[in-house]
Structures are given as C-alpha cells and as structure tokens.
Design a protein around this ligand. Structure first.
Ligand code: KG4
Ligand code: ZN
Length: 333
C-alpha cells in the first residue's frame, strides 16, 4: 500500500510517499527556520501562513520525487495532533480535500506515534514489546508499546520538554534558533565537566522528567558570571548538554529495567543529538538491549514517519471521517 503522508504540526511543512509503511520513496521537508529565527522561537500565526503557502508545492514535489502521481496513492495519512492548532488545520484540510477528490481512504495520525514509527523506516523494524523515549521540542515522554497501535505512557516531563530546554538555554547563550543543533555544535569544543548543574530526581520515584531546574541553573550561572567569552559559552553548553543527556538516559534505563523489555526506540528532534545517541547506545550495549535510533533527518519532524504510522492504521481498517479535526492536545496514551 502506497501512502501519502502530510505533516504540518509545528514549523516544518512536509509531505512523503512511503510504500508498505517501510520504504521511503520521497520525504520532502520545508523548514521554516528562516521565518521564526528573528523571533527566537516559533510564531504560531506565521507558521500556519507559511504552511498554507508551501504545502501544495511540497506535496507535488514529494509525488514527483517518488515517481508517482496522485493516482498511485492508495491512502492518505495526516498529523491531526498534538501541535499548533492553526498549523495542524492546514495539513488536515489539505489531506481531507485530496482524499475526498481522489476517493482515497484517509487516516489521522498522532504526531508522537509518527515519531515512534520513524524507527520502522530503516533496518530491522522494532519488535514488540519495546520502550520508546520520545524527546522533542514539545514532548518528552516514555511509552511502553506492548503491541502494535497501543501505547502505555509510563513517564513524562513535569514541566519543560527536553528540546524546549535546549532552545531556551541556546537563547540564553545567544546561540540562536533552533537551539538544539546550536548547543550540540558549540558543546563540541567545551568541557562537559566544567560546571555542575543539578539533575532532577522525583521524590515519589516516578520515571518522570523535569528540565525547568537545569534551565534556571544555567540562567543563574550566566547572570552570576556576566558576559561569557566563546570558550566559556562552550563549557556551559557542554555541561548543560551532558546533564540533560544524563537525566534522559538514567530515567530511560530505570524504566526499561522496571518494565522488563529489552528493546528501546529513541526518537524525536532531540534524538538527533549525538551525545544522547552515544550515551544510550553505550548503556544498551552494556546490558545486551537492542536500541533503534532513526537517522537524524528522520528523528526531526517529517512526513515519512506519519505515512509509516498511518499505513499500519489504514491496513488495520482505520478510517478518518471528513469531519476529522485538529486536536492540539491529543494524547498518545
Ligand atoms: O521533533 P521535532 O522536530 O519537533 C517537535 O515535535 O517538537 O523537535 C524539535 C526539537 C527542538 O527543540 C530542537 O532544538 C531539538 O528538537 N533538536 C535538538 C537537536 N536537533 C533538534 N536538540 C538537541 N540536539 C540536536 N542535535
Ligand atoms: Zn515532532
């Protein structure tokens, strides 16, 4: 089954053609970084307007690159939440119009399930049961996937998402937007042990995350030390990154031990971070667990992962009505 995926939940406009939920025939991602960079963060209204301008050309390019036309598409999959409501509406409206005009089945996909399905697009697909750490700009959560299309949330952030912390710390350090890749780049020349930042521990023992404390600690550090020169900025970036990675990895390992599964999927924009990938990889190697990490371009927002997740739901007979609406706070479990 060939599925056309559409993703417009935040600030990437993307369309992809995926065969059998596994084979990426095309995956076009139009980044809006140039629109939002001057504001240091995503401006929702500007995001929806840009989606409106570029979505159809992006869909056309995805079809062309795949060597397909709309006639070859067996079904459509679109992100309907969670995300920015105006942005989601652009993708949902386009997908509904295409499905209706071409009389093709349509399915709505949860963006977070999409991130997890990025792991099915390369190499050996994850076998259930597995644990998924989804770390992005808007979400940081641990899910237990015992069987296809069913998830149990076993941990989440109690305040900021990990990506949000990367973005805010980058802003504090004057590194620009988006912050995650900038922190990673600058951290390479810094000393991760230069500054000790606090790690959050839940007193109730829950496998939940918290990133507001470390963000405040970085802010206080910068205020105390005054203007930082480039080597000091690198040390702060490296120390922050090391602490954030330590928190993510420690909680994931504990949750994996508790759940008894031996397979982990690491995904979402922050999973593009090399320090995080390497640290979790080392833990898994040591314990004999299997780690699935999509390549970097599939970790960040893209429509191939939405087509992959949508494929399995379409195959299972799931259909979205033409009344499908955006659900900004849609939960996965
Ligand atoms: O999944 P994603 O593309 O969009 C959301 O669904 O939120 O994630 C975007 C987030 C941003 O906060 C960005 O700073 C972060 O992922 N990110 C990174 C890296 N690349 C992207 N964080 C750390 N290191 C990176 N290399
Ligand atoms: Zn995302």
């Amino acid at each position: 089954m060939i599925v056309l995926g559409i993703e417009t939940s935040c600030d990437e406009t993307s369309a992809a053609v995926v065969d059998g939920g596994r084979k990426v025939l095309s995956n076009v991602v139009a980044s809006q970084d140039d629109v939002h960079a001057p504001y240091g963060g995503v401006v929702p209204e500007l995001a929806s307007r840009r989606h409106l301008d570029v979505l159809m050309p992006v869909v056309r390019r995805a079809l062309e690159t795949a060597g397909t036309s709309l006639d070859d598409i067996d079904g459509l999959a679109v992100t309907y939440g969670p995300g920015l409501v105006g942005s989601l509406l652009v993708g949902c409206s386009a997908a509904k119009a295409l499905a209706y005009a071409r009389r093709r089945p349509l399915v709505g996909v949860n963006h977070l399930e999409g991130h997890i399905h990025a792991a099915f697009l390369e190499g050996d697909p994850p076998i259930h049961p597995f644990l998924a750490l989804v770390v992005s700009g808007g979400h940081t959560a641990l899910y237990l996937a015992r069987e296809p299309r069913r998830y149990e949330r076993i941990g989440q952030t109690r305040d900021d998402a990990a990506g949000e912390a990367f973005d805010k710390v980058a802003k504090l350090l004057g590194l620009g937007f988006p912050g995650g890749p900038a922190i990673e780049r600058v951290a390479r020349s810094g000393d991760p042990r230069a500054i000790v930042f606090p790690t959050a521990n839940m007193t109730d023992g829950a496998p939940d995350f918290s990133f507001s404390g470390i963000k405040t600690a970085v802010s206080l550090h910068v205020r105390r030390t005054g203007p930082l020169d480039a080597p000091r900025v690198a040390d702060v970036a490296a120390s922050f990154q090391a602490t954030a990675v330590k928190m993510l990895v420690r909680k994931t390992v504990r949750a994996t031990l508790r759940s008894g599964v031996k397979r982990i999927v690491l995904t979402g924009g922050v999973a593009a971070n090399s320090a995080l990938r390497e640290s979790l990889e080392a833990e898994c190697r040591e314990r004999g667990w299997i780690l699935h990490v999509p390549s970097r371009r599939l970790c960040t927002d893209n429509a191939a992962m939405i087509a992959a997740a949508g494929h399995d739901r379409l195959e299972a007979g799931e259909r979205a009505p033409l009344s499908l609406n955006a659900v900004p706070d849609l939960a996965l479990a």
